[in-house]
Design a protein around this ligand. Structure first.
Ligand code: GLN
Ligand code: ZN
Length: 758
């Protein structure tokens, strides 16, 4: 007896085949039939990988040509009016990506992952209608290959909870339109086979929900579980505990609960209830969203703990969430250090782990065959090796971080800002930018050639310096007051630092789907972090040498570096972040010694790291703020520290932002007028603020007048002494043709405002 389970599998393909064919189709270089052929081949391959690994519960409908939430909208017939005329793939991809006439549907982050889903637009006016073909076909497709799958669906409550209400439709009323379509779907599914297993994903249950949302659970699952006696429903949650929902679900006739015991350790509290319920438990114990080799003995212990309460025969061993959030396979990683590679495991390797974990759990050690014993032995050795390897464990770093660091800068803000204003002599409404300037094809090319050793360091540096020269002279000509060097040497704001920090690794093929055909390849932190040598000083001092104006140093903050990397799982995130902070504090010290007077420490992903549950927010904020302050602790009182954050909702976190104690913060507000700024006033925020005065996410060039109006609005909320003027975010995704006139207009607008204020 051994039962194991995979919540879902990546679909992009081990060589990103899906990405490639989609992009080729969108560029009119192949037909939709080609896309379908690749999709078919990938599904087959992925099912077989799971089958060969000995997985009992393999999914269908975890595949998607773009996104599962979008598929769910299509299944329900929830098509926004602007796309109603379209059909088939044209409809599907227009909803996802927009077309000549209509903007795409919005996209947003899937809980606290880096996956982005398409946000459904719901309205009470719409009539919904079942379109079950994808789901039914995928089941049949697998069955023809001899694989009986469980069917994955996004649950009705999660779908509704994550959708956008076009007409602010009442939740209950909308729900009463959606649920019957799910019922109909289940009736169709019931006809497929004698017995069917259905995984219904309800990750929204892992959040703090109000009673209104929770009150939908019982009627929904009573209804769905009663549609047909030949369907076994598993309600699956992940990323956090879902204890409130578990209580309710146990009183419905569903067959099983899928719970994440890694990121939702508190699910252990529900075991007692499950024990008496005769329900099966799909126990998420193998991490589905990281890259580390499972510690099989430890996982076995966790399972044994669960089995103290829930009968072993009712337990199914599973990944903690869909493997969609892991890269595909280690097979193509031939450049990684062999030691490090031996500590890793991607989706395909995780299949073997799940299989082995379940073998060990359901059998005695003696029952394992030779191959399994060897695998277990290897796993044990790899984990032992990781515990002690000198590549990971750096005594010097550990000692220093533990005993010997400064926790914050000297002086109070009120005193610092006076020193800074008199030393730096910038005007009210000082103009600056967020850091990057357009990454031209030439710049990218030069970086690539340098990386591939096809151009020398000298040629590369000369190239970058020429770009910096251009940036400096443009900024001087157009009259920007605080300059930046433009970041041409940076491929990515995290990777650039990762590449220079010890303890950081890079994969060749560690791609993870971010949205649609887009994948990201996050760097990974495997060991204690230190900074062998300065990372930015040469570039910044070069840029400073080219101007008499102030050149702003540019760093990425510890929390953002952490949040955009795969982080080692043998240390608390807060500890890792602290090590990065200490390394950054050395960089700031060096910049300052080299004569740099303003340093910006970007925390673009500060908010992304927020936990799903309110209960955990305090502790996150505590160490995140602590580490930002450690990073800037080396800054002298008269060195001005800026920070930048990309999102605009500050209501809940304004106190936290203030606690970070940056002298100046630039934020994204251009699209929301001065509404968002009001919180700064209401709260009595004292530090200086640079609310973005135009939206850099669009190629549009804002006029002088438009920017001036924006500044006038800002002045209604905050005094001129407290305001900086800058664009919303970095300009690297824009073209010079857009950037130049936009910034000229920005400077002109400030001139006009200043005159009026005289
Ligand atoms: N300094 C970075 C840049 O300008 C900030 C990017 C960001 O906020 N995402 O590109
Ligand atoms: Zn930004």
């Amino acid at each position: 007896m051994s039962k194991n389970y995979v919540v879902g599998f990546p679909r992009i393909g081990e060589q990103r085949e899906l990405k490639k064919v989609l992009e080729s189709f969108w560029a009119n270089n192949c037909s939709f039939k080609d896309v379908k052929n690749v999709a078919k081949e990938l599904k087959k391959r992925h099912w077989n990988y799971q089958k060969d690994a000995g997985i009992d519960f393999i999914s269908s409908n975890d595949f998607s040509l773009y996104d599962n939430m979008l598929d769910t909208a299509i299944m329900l017939g929830a098509i926004p009016k602007r796309f109603k005329e379209l059909k088939d793939e044209e409809l599907y991809f227009s909803m996802a990506r927009g077309n000549k006439h209509s903007v795409a549907m919005e996209m947003t982050k899937w809980f606290n992952t880096n996956y982005h889903y398409i946000v459904a637009e719901l309205s009470l006016d719409d009539t919904y209608e079942l379109n079950a073909s994808k789901i039914l076909n995928e089941y049949k497709e697998a069955k023809e290959l001899g694989i009986k799958t469980k069917i994955n669906l996004i649950g009705p409550i999660t779908f509704l909870g994550l959708s956008k209400r076009v007409d602010r439709g009442d939740t209950n009323e909308l729900f009463s339109k959606i649920l019957p379509i799910y019922e109909e779907l289940l009736k169709e599914i019931a006809k497929l086979d004698e017995n069917i297993t259905l995984q219904i994903d309800e990750p929204i249950f892992a959040k703090d929900n109000d009673t209104k949302l929770l009150s939908l659970i019982k009627p929904a699952y009573d209804t769905l579980a009663n549609v047909s006696s030949n369907i076994n429903i598993i309600v699956t949650t992940y990323f956090e505990h879902s204890n409130e929902a578990t209580k309710i679900l146990l009183n419905t006739p569903i067959w099983a609960l899928g719970l994440d015991f890694l990121y939702g350790e508190q699910n252990l509290e529900s075991l007692k209830l499950i024990q008496g319920s005769s329900k099966k438990l799909v126990a998420g114990v193998v991490d589905g969203r990281n890259i580390w080799k499972n510690n099989i003995l430890k996982t076995n212990e966790l399972l044994e703990t669960i089995a103290k309460t829930v009968d072993k025969k009712d337990i199914i061993v599973s990944s903690s969430c869909s493997l969609l959030h892991s890269p595909f396979t280690l097979e193509y990683e031939d450049k990684l250090d062999v030691n490090i590679k031996n500590w890793l495991s991607y989706a395909k390797e995780k299949l073997d782990e799940i299989s082995l974990v379940s073998k060990l759990f359901f059998n005695s050690l003696d029952d394992l065959n030779e191959e399994e014993t060897t695998a277990l032995d290897k796993n044990f050795k790899a984990n032992q090796d990781r515990k002690t390897s000198a590549l990971i464990h750096d005594k010097v770093v550990q000692e220093r971080v533990l005993n010997n660091i400064k926790l914050q800068r000297d002086g109070k803000y009120e005193d610092r800002i006076k020193l800074q204003k008199s030393a730096l002599k910038y005007k009210d409404l000082a103009t600056t930018t967020i850091g990057s300037f357009p990454q031209t094809p030439e710049v990218r090319q030069a970086r690539k050639e340098f990386k591939n050793n096809t151009i020398s360091k000298e040629v590369y540096e000369a190239n970058m310096k020429a770009y910096i020269d251009d940036c400096v002279s443009f900024q001087e000509e157009c009259g920007i007051e605080i300059l930046v060097h433009g970041e041409p040497e940076r491929n990515d704001m995290v990777e650039y630092f990762g590449e220079q920090l010890k303890g950081y690794g890079f994969s060749q093929n560690g791609w993870v789907q971010s949205y649609g055909s887009r994948c990201v390849k996050p760097p990974f932190i495997y060991g204690d972090i230190s900074r062998p040598k300065p990372m930015t000083v040469d570039w910044i001092t070069y840029a400073q040498s080219k101007t008499d104006k102030i050149m702003k140093g540019m760093l990425t903050g510890p929390v953002t570096i952490l949040n955009w990397s795969f982080v080692r799982d043998d240390k608390e995130r807060s500890e890792v972040s602290k090590q990065i902070a200490v390394a950054l504090s050395d960089e700031i010290d060096d910049l300052q010694k080299a004569g740099i007077k303003i340093i910006q420490v970007d925390e673009a992903a500060f908010k992304e790291g927020y936990p799903l549950r309110a209960q955990k927010i305090k502790s996150y904020e505590k160490w995140a703020v602590r580490d930002f302050k450690i990073a800037v602790s080396s800054a002298k009182e008269k060195t001005q520290i800026h920070t930048h954050m990309c999102y605009s909702e500050f209501n809940d976190i304004i106190q936290t932002i203030e606690d970070m104690d940056a002298d100046v913060i630039s934020i994204e507000t251009a699209r929301s007028g001065n509404e968002l700024l009001k919180i700064f006033k209401k709260y009595g925020y004292k530090q200086e603020v640079g609310p973005g005065v135009y939206d850099i996410h669009s190629p549009r060039i804002p006029s002088v007048n438009e920017i001036k109006k924006q500044i006038d609005m800002l002045l209604e909320v905050l005094p001129k002494e407290q305001l900086w003027i800058n664009p919303d975010c970095g300009l690297k995704t824009r073209r010079w043709e857009e950037v130049k006139p936009s910034l000229v207009n920005m400077v002109e607008a400030v001139k006009l405002v200043r005159e009026e204020l005289k």
